[in-house]
Design a protein around this ligand. Structure first.
Ligand code: ADP
Ligand code: ASP
Ligand code: MG
Length: 410
């Protein structure tokens, strides 16, 4: 049986005609070894531009229409990539998510993939050397175009690779692979040869946008051979993402930064059953995702405060929902802070080593960085700091744990 590879190229990689020609060359080389499914993102900056355009027309654009608009970005890049490949003598066909049979949930702007019609995919593949598939989009049961959430082209690529049992799924981007921190923020971050699905999943969930977290989840479930590579250095091996935590175990793996956080505090609510449930339910009813959540402990006052963070884009909706709930909760006040970034240290069993939180908080203290909120789990410690402190905080933590030396599995 012919081997099938999935190659995905991000927005920078197809950012202009010259880069599309370069990508076509990489794809043509891969076609010499078997059939190739290529997933492309919109040309760099296009999705942001379309989002701005929508907001100029409507303050709260309808999500159905927004999805239809945003999906056009990928439609441009698949068509351009396919025509460039045809000129190189490759039988290439561009296909939208709908044409290739990517079915999603009905909800818009952040839909999950429900099914991929493998027969449709194989039929197209039989007649072509390469299929050029639009990332980030699908179609729901009503026949409406949906999108998978920002950065979702990675998820399209992994889903296709899982469905067709591709031998490999290569995510081509604008850096050499996965580093111990965003190399644009921490210049001496170490490039990792191999990382586990679990490590990358945590990095992606905590803000490292090098890969969409749902792509990693899918790859882990379906054991997809996933590699992050640099489009502009096609011979570089990049980073292999695999299972096998036992073999490549490290106690500390990376620092991640999420600059788009906002914090909300519901002040002085009665210390009685049901309050946290009401807060969480009201947010869930509006599909507002909670991130960090904590409740303060004032044992003798009969009151406490509930504090949580949301994505900064959800702040206005969150304030509206919480203000409408304030009287029912008996809260004295709803306070907000939109100037937040989350900086996280990631590793297996962090909290089992008491020295680690101490070193982390000391590093921030010595750098003169105030911590607004702290939360932890077995695999991460996250601190909310002022957005302007995010880079310095990531650098200080990276240095304190000497992550620049972490280029080899320990
Ligand atoms: P693409 O358009 O190819 O999908 P993205 O911009 O979504 O690319 O993701 C690549 C970017 O991810 C890099 O340019 C880098 O700045 C950022 N990044 C964040 N954290 C990391 C990390 N730990 N390792 C590598 N890159 C990272
Ligand atoms: N074009 C979409 C975005 O910019 C999807 C992607 O690039 O992965 O978010
Ligand atoms: Mg991306």
């Amino acid at each position: 049986m012919t081997e099938i590879k999935v190659l995905k190229f991000g927005g920078t990689s197809v950012g202009n005609v010259g880069r599309i020609r370069h990508v076509a060359g990489v794809v043509a080389d891969a076609c010499a070894h078997g059939k190739v499914i290529v997933v492309v993102s919109a040309m760099g900056g296009t999705t942001d531009y379309l989002t701005r355009l929508a907001r100029q027309c409507s303050k709260t654009p309808r999500k159905r229409e927004l999805d239809l608009l945003l999906s056009t970005g990928e439609q441009v890049s698949i068509a351009l990539t396919a025509m460039t490949l045809s000129d190189l003598g490759i039988e290439a066909k561009s296909l939208t998510g709908q044409q290739v049979g990517i079915f999603t949930e009905s909800k818009h702007t952040n839909a999950r993939i429900v099914e991929i019609k493998e027969d449709v995919l194989r039929k197209h593949l039989a007649d072509n050397d390469a299929l050029i598939v639009a990332g980030f989009q699908g179609v729901n049961a009503a026949g409406d175009v949906t999108t998978l959430g920002r950065g979702g082209s990675d998820t399209t690529a992994v889903a296709l690779a899982a469905q067709i049992k591709a031998i490999e799924c290569d995510i081509y981007t604008d850096v050499d692979g996965i580093y111990t921190a965003d190399p644009r923020i921490v210049p001496d971050a170490a490039l990792l040869d191999r990382v586990s699905y679990n490590e990358v999943l945590e990095m992606a969930r905590l803000g490292a946008k090098v890969i969409h977290s749902r792509a990693v989840e899918l790859a882990r479930v379906y054991s997809v051979n996933l590699r992050i590579r640099n489009t502009f250095k096609p011979d570089h091996q990049g980073t292999l993402i695999t299972g096998g935590d036992m073999e490549i175990f490290r106690s500390i793996s990376a620092v991640a930064v999420d600059k788009n956080q906002a914090a909300i505090a519901i002040m002085n609510v009665p210390d009685q059953p049901g309050i946290a449930g009401k807060v969480a339910r009201a947010l869930a009813d509006e599909s507002i995702g909670l991130d960090m959540i904590m409740q303060s402990f004032h044992p003798t006052s009969g009151h406490n405060s509930i504090t949580f963070t949301v994505h900064e884009e959800a702040l206005d909706d969150t304030i509206r929902v919480m203000n409408s709930l304030k009287t029912e909760l008996g809260a004295s006040d709803v306070q907000t802070d939109s100037d937040c970034a989350k900086v996280s240290l990631i590793g297996a069993g962090l909290m089992e080593q008491p020295d680690i939180p101490a070193r982390l908080f000391d590093a921030l203290g010595q750098a003169g960085i105030n911590i607004k909120l702290i939360s932890s789990s077995e695999v991460k410690i996250s601190c909310i700091v002022n957005r302007e402190d995010a880079v310095a905080a990531a650098q200080a933590i990276h240095k304190a744990f000497e992550l620049e030396k972490l280029d080899q599995p320990r």
